[in-house]
Design a protein around this ligand. Structure first.
Ligand code: GSH
Length: 79
């Protein structure tokens, strides 16, 4: 069984799209709230450990970090 962690912040529409897709698929996921307002995504540590491009959302699938909402949605739809 796949495990999912969604790095998000509540005002992010792209994060919402992934959360909605996972929910409609009946897939549970761990939400990882990110302090976007404090620019944590601009920090070298966050970029090193989560996403070098500094963007939210990031979906971890079994520990593998995926970025870019549309391709992730297509992958989830195919599954
Ligand atoms: N191409 C990305 C765009 C995601 C995006 O625009 N994320 C915004 C927040 S909703 C972001 O992280 N912007 C970086 C910034 O403003 O520093 C995707 O499709 O997921």
């Amino acid at each position: 069984m796949d495990t999912y962690r969604l790095h998000y912040f509540p005002e992010s529409g792209n994060s919402y799209k992934l959360a909605l897709m996972l929910t409609l698929c009946g897939q549970t996921f761990e939400p990882v709230w990110t302090d976007f307002g404090s620019r944590v995504t601009w920090t070298p540590q966050w970029r090193r450990t989560v996403n070098p491009m500094g963007e939210i959302p990031v979906l971890e699938v079994n520990g593998r970090k995926l970025t870019q909402t549309a391709p992730i949605l297509l992958q989830l739809a195919a599954q």
